[in-house]
Unconditional design. Structure first.
Length: 111
């Protein structure tokens, strides 16, 4: 038996009519605060007795790296107008042809 997290993350009966739309606010409550979704509903780190032991450390690392990189650089995604990135379905999900991004160093001012 197996389950497909890619498919589960795009199921209308789980996430609603807008299941295929990019909506970061899906993870926020009415006050704009992050809300935890059941790991059985969104099993990226698995659930129950098979829960990933490194989940909390992965979140800490992701947040600290994202914050430090976003502080130092500006990112501009270089997609053709109307083009939607395609996925390569494999063990690790990646984008077909990569994602073209222009990176510019931010002007750092000392205060």
């Amino acid at each position: 038996m197996s389950y497909q997290t890619y498919s589960m993350g795009r199921m209308e009966n789980i996430w609603g009519k807008d299941c295929c739309e990019y909506k970061p606010e899906r993870w926020l409550d009415e006050n704009g605060v992050y809300k935890q979704v059941s790991p059985f509903k969104f099993p990226v780190f698995h659930a129950g007795s098979r829960m990933c032991l490194g989940k909390d450390m992965a979140y800490i690392q992701m947040k600290s790296i994202a914050a430090s990189v976003l502080e130092m650089f500006e990112f501009d995604v270089q997609l053709e107008k109307g083009k939607i990135p395609e996925y390569v379905l494999s063990l690790t999900l990646r984008m077909k042809g990569g994602l073209p991004v222009k990176v510019k160093e931010r002007c750092m001012t000392s205060t």
